[in-house]
Design a protein around this ligand. Structure first.
Ligand SMILES: [Zn+2]
Length: 406
């Protein structure tokens, strides 16, 4: 619309100069007679007039047929390929003798003073589901970006909202969403069963999170989280009845980091070159093909310390793929003995954290819940980075992410 502030001025000053006899589409609307058609490279326009003979008084509701006046409006009613379809419509204004007030008939599905039908707005909003920018969708629909955003802010997306009272299994994690003055990370709450985002809080700061989530949920059975102890204290104090579950990805990562740090130390101290085959080394040995195993064995046999670290990593992976608490405890002891005997200091750090989170890890071993779905949130956020406009506003950005994911 750029140079014309309303569809009406565009219609009157430009489009009306291009009448056409052979338009590709016909407009069939109830009680509207089409009297002329126009078309240019961006718009298709119709002139229409009402054929009604009576209307309803908006004040008292009775049928009224006394005509007081006519009123012309110009409304964007839909899109056809790349063109917007405009309807310049002459409506009848009826007069109610009882109320002594007039009512203009409503022939299109339009809310308030909008110059677009609700159908057009709904279609435009639904385009935001795809990962494209606000400006791109605004351009496609020939509206301004701020107009599109205003419509998005107004629309209620009830189906993407989650009622926290119904949530039984909660997943929490931080995400890097928008950079605020007081926070680099936001706090995501997700329903572990429907995998829908419940809310995104502006910071993961303990007191802030605590204040927001206490009383938010009804009866929570589990809360899954990474190994960040402030979350555990929040969970324990706000929902003492809920089982806290450690997220498997974050648990295993401690051990992968230990392996990685050992490798880096070996490279520095002894010049052990592993870069080229690092991915083979981190993969579970049993999942490698024959060639992979051969390569790994050559590397490990050349360096006993790398061999020990690799064995510790394999033990850890086995330990966290087991689904039995008693077996886990047994494996953990074997692991501890192994790293003691082989002086694997880096793995002692990971072991300490496994002990620190022992109860939550035991819960994890027998649970179906994890934070896996939250990883998807991070992905969608990354893909959505080009909608920079919306990212200045957390509420709007959250709504958009919920719209795209829930
Ligand atoms: Zn009336």
């Amino acid at each position: 619309m750029r140079n014309y502030n309303t569809a009406k001025t565009y219609f009157e000053t430009v489009l009306s100069k291009f009448p056409t006899e052979k338009c590709e589409i016909n407009l069939n609307l109830n009680q509207i007679e089409i009297t002329a058609t126009y078309e240019d490279e961006n718009y298709i326009g119709f002139d229409g007039k009402s054929t009604s003979t009576e209307g309803g008084c908006k004040h008292c509701g009775q049928a009224i047929s006394m005509i007081k006046d006519y009123k012309t409006t110009c409304t964007t009613i839909s899109k056809y390929n790349s063109k917007n379809i405009l309807l310049r419509l002459t409506k009848t204004m009826y007069y109610c003798p009882d109320c002594q007030r007039s009512t203009t008939e409503k022939l299109l599905d339009v809310t308030g003073n909008q110059q677009k039908t609700n159908g057009f707005i709904t279609n435009m909003i639904s385009c935001l589901k795809e990962t494209t920018s606000y400006s791109m969708i605004a351009r496609m629909h020939k509206v301004s970006t701020s107009n599109l955003i205003r419509h998005f802010d107004k629309v209620e997306l009830r189906e993407t909202q989650v009622n926290p009272r119904n949530v039984r299994n909660l997943s929490v994690d931080e995400v890097r969403f928008i950079k605020l003055e007081n926070a680099n990370y936001q706090f995501v709450l997700m329903d572990g069963d429907s995998r829908k985002i419940i809310a995104i809080l502006e910071t993961r700061q303990q007191s802030f999170v605590k204040e927001h989530i206490s009383g938010m949920f009804g009866r929570l059975e589990t809360i899954s989280q990474d190994l960040w102890s402030p979350y555990r204290s929040i969970a324990r104090s706000c929902y003492p009845g809920a089982k806290v579950i450690a997220d498997p990805f974050h648990v295993v990562r401690q051990f992968m980091w230990a392996f990685s740090r050992t490798r880096i130390a070996l490279a520095k101290e002894q010049g052990v070159k592993t870069n080229k085959h690092w991915r083979l080394l981190t993969k579970r040995y049993s999942k490698l093909d024959e060639r992979g195993r051969e390569k790994v064995m050559i590397l490990l046999e050349a360096n006993p310390e790398l061999m020990a670290a690799h064995t510790a990593k394999e033990l850890a992976l086995e330990m966290y793929s087991c689904k039995d608490k008693a077996l886990y405890i047994e494996l953990l002891e074997i692991f501890k003995n192994y790293i003691d005997e082989n002086n694997l200091d880096e793995f002692q750090i990971a072991y300490k954290s496994a002990i620190n989170w022992h109860d939550e890890i035991l819960n994890m071993i027998e649970s179906e819940y994890s934070n896996g779905a939250i990883e998807r949130v991070n992905r969608v956020i990354k893909q959505s980075k080009n909608i920079a406009f919306g990212f200045l506003n957390l509420a709007r950005a959250t709504k958009l992410i919920q719209f795209r994911m829930n």
